[in-house]
Every structure is written in C-alpha cells, then in structure tokens.
Design a protein around this ligand. Structure first.
Ligand code: CTP
Ligand code: MG
Length: 171
C-alpha cells in the first residue's frame, strides 16, 4: 500500500468534484428533460449542467493545485498528475450521472437512496484515469482503502450537508 498521505491527496479531485455540485448545481438539468421509453427521465432533475461543469472544474482546480504542491507516486511526472486531476474530476461527475441513469432504469426516484450512490463515481473516475496512471495506483490495498474510506465518508458528509441545510435529505 502507498503512503497514507499519497492516498488522501489522490482523492482530492474526486471528493471535491463529488461534493461541490450540491452548492454549485441548479438550473437546467443535464438530460434537458428527456424521458426514455420506460417513461422515466434519462437522468432526472438531480443532475444539472451547472453541477456537472462546476463540479468538474472545482475538482480539477483542487487536484491541479495539489499537483503543483505535492507529487504523487502514481503518475510519471507532475504534468501527468495535473492532467489526471481533470480526468478524475470529470470521471467523478460522469460516474455520478451514470449512477443516476441506472437508478432511473430501476425506477428509483431522484434523491432516493441507492447502493450505487456511494461508489459509482469512484469506480468510473478510477477507470477513466487508468491510461494516465502508473500500475502501482491499482494495488488492491489502495483500491480497498479508496472504497472503504468512500463508503464511510459518503454517508457522513451527506448527513453533515443535510444538517448544514445544503441538502434536503440526510443521504
Ligand atoms: N447536483 C447537481 N448536478 C449534478 C450532481 C448533483 O446539481 N451533476 C446537485 C443537485 O442539486 C442534487 C444534489 O447536488 O440534488 C445532490 O446530488 P445527488 O445526491 O448526486 O443527486 P440526487 O438529487 O440524489 O439525484 P439522483 O437520484 O439522480 O442521484
Ligand atoms: Mg442523492
């Protein structure tokens, strides 16, 4: 397993990208209101263009700043780490949207809890950054740490966002 600090710094663009849409989001939905054959929305009202773009940019900026301050051993050089921050942030929002797509197909309404909520964004971010990362990133212990921490932090931060009045529901 890599150094703990490396693992935490790696997660910065992902966690910032995943948590910022609740404040940055709003306005037109990403699916522009489109409904599929099953009568359900493509993605639903919970996924907005502003949330997607804002979350991607916020995550990329946070991870980009981190790349300038701290070199991670998961990338060949600082430049690659910088580019990866953007890919990780974008992957996070893409995974979040894919999760909503799947939720809608299962008939789960926007804002309702679903098991994929906690982990889909991480899976897609890790998959998209694969071509940019060194193989050591995918050490099973690293992946277990990322998944474990995310499964713990996701419900905690959602509860806090609910208490802070940012979210209507505590999940
Ligand atoms: N959000 C957004 N745009 C995004 C993602 C999130 O505007 N691309 C905002 C929305 O206000 C959303 C809130 O962040 O309600 C919480 O995000 P999330 O829990 O992912 O969405 P849900 O409302 O639960 O919708 P879904 O069931 O589709 O996940
Ligand atoms: Mg939700």
């Amino acid at each position: 397993m890599a150094e703990l600090l490396d693992l935490f710094v790696f997660l910065i663009p992902i966690y910032v990208a995943n948590s910022s849409p609740v404040v940055l989001g709003g306005g037109a939905p990403l699916d522009l209101g489109a409904t599929l054959q099953d009568g359900k929305r493509l993605l639903g009202e919970g996924k907005t263009i502003r949330g997607f773009v804002g979350g991607t940019l916020a995550g990329a900026v946070a991870g980009g700043l981190a790349a300038m301050l701290y070199r991670l051993p998961f990338f060949v050089d600082a430049r690659m780490q910088f580019v990866a921050a953007f890919v990780l942030a974008f992957g996070t929002l893409a995974g979040d949207a894919l999760g909503s797509f799947i939720k809608r197909r299962f008939g789960v309404g926007s804002g309702r809890p679903f098991f994929l909520d906690t982990i889909m964004f991480l899976v897609v971010a890790m998959a998209l950054v694969y071509p940019l990362a060194l193989p050591n990133l995918y050490d099973p212990l690293n992946l277990a740490f990322f998944a474990g921490l995310t499964l713990i932090l996701h419900p905690m931060t959602n509860m806090l966002a609910n208490k802070a009045g940012l979210k209507n529901v505590p999940w």
